[in-house]
Design a protein around this ligand. Sequence first.
Ligand code: ATP
Ligand code: MG
Length: 422
Amino acid sequence: MNIPRPRGTRDLLHETLRAFLRIENAASSVFERFGYQPIRIPIFERAELFIRSVGEETDIVSKEMYTFQDRGGRDLTLRPEGTAGTARAAIENGLLSRGEARKFYYTGPMFRYERPQAGRYREFWQTGIESFGSNDPLIDAETILCAQLFLDELNIAPVRIRLNSVGSGERHTYADALKQHLQPNFENLGPQDKARFENNALRLLDSKDPNTKRMLENAPSILDFLSDESRAHLDAVQNALDAAGVKYQLDPSIVRGLDYYTGTVFEISVDSLGAQDVVVGGGRYNGLIEQLGGKPTPGIGFAAGIDRLALAMSAQDSLEETSPLIQVWIVAIGEEAKPRAFALLNEIRRAGMRADMDYQGRGVRSQLRTADRLNAHYAVILGEDELARGEATLKKMSDGTQESAPLDETAARLRQSVPTNT
Ligand code: ATP
Ligand code: MG
């Protein structure tokens, strides 16, 4: 009986996995250049962590969480995002106690019960940064620069950066204004938007319903509701981005789905991706640490969707030829040659090359075909003749030329001939 994988999960193979690994490497490399240090947090947390931080009325908590009871009757949730866990870990491990600013980055799988489609899965991957301890608008700008450089490193272009501020307390006054604007048409809202209207009116700006979108065309803008302080903060972020030459759009419809955001919010999308085109979402969350029981500590960060970045890379063909899985393939001919070939294989690996041999007793021709399929640089042939001479035959796979080398010099000879970076 075949047991298929659960709906919305994927097996990462071939080019997709290669893209994932490249994305993860680019993330560490770029994030560390900005002073972020890696952190790994549990894949499951107490359910209340997400309820308290992401917010009860959000899509994530109200309908997307994988929550279950363990055998001890505890309510646990497979993490739907990385910010809550990172903030919890920072508090729990006393990392914020000296009031010094701290920066962390994470990479890993997240889980949301969603309708699976291209670019939307139930198990998906995110990498993200979190910076705790500073409310300086320059950190907001730096966070966006960090995301931009990360995407640049992956040759993902063109991207669209959208910036907004949801203020701190102002969002409530604004939500009321939004409701007032929509009240006369309340009956025309779809069931989901009716619920948003009642529970979390700001989320109406996230609605995909064309009817709602039309009703929102002349709706008030949150930018007109910002306090002087929020406005000044946003201006400073914009000035810093302008000075750094970053192209972005101010877009008052960006609100982000999570409750913990305050002030700056932003999204980055890639046009080539179609419906699920947002690859980075982030913003400031100055109330989160306190909400989770820590000392009031400002924070800002973003999360990038690795699955969607990989899709963007394959759409743009920005995956360059990669290095072969195996650089050297050893062909032993006859039982007598096998132990010597095995020893040579070990030497070649110790010399730092990726090498392998046949353990299935296949013939010479089919072994050479394997070397070819694997794109090996060299096949090293060891038969009775070679053994008698104390030599190996080195066959260069790209042009078929052959040379002999003494067995005890073979590894060193290969080390000189096999390109180091591939
Ligand atoms: P969307 O509006 O597309 O549902 P979101 O606002 O729920 O996105 P965030 O919580 O901001 O997403 O997560 C940050 C990024 O993680 C998204 O921009 C996206 O690239 C990625 N992401 C979110 N949910 C999924 C998913 N179910 N499958 C794949 N990637 C996802
Ligand atoms: Mg979502």
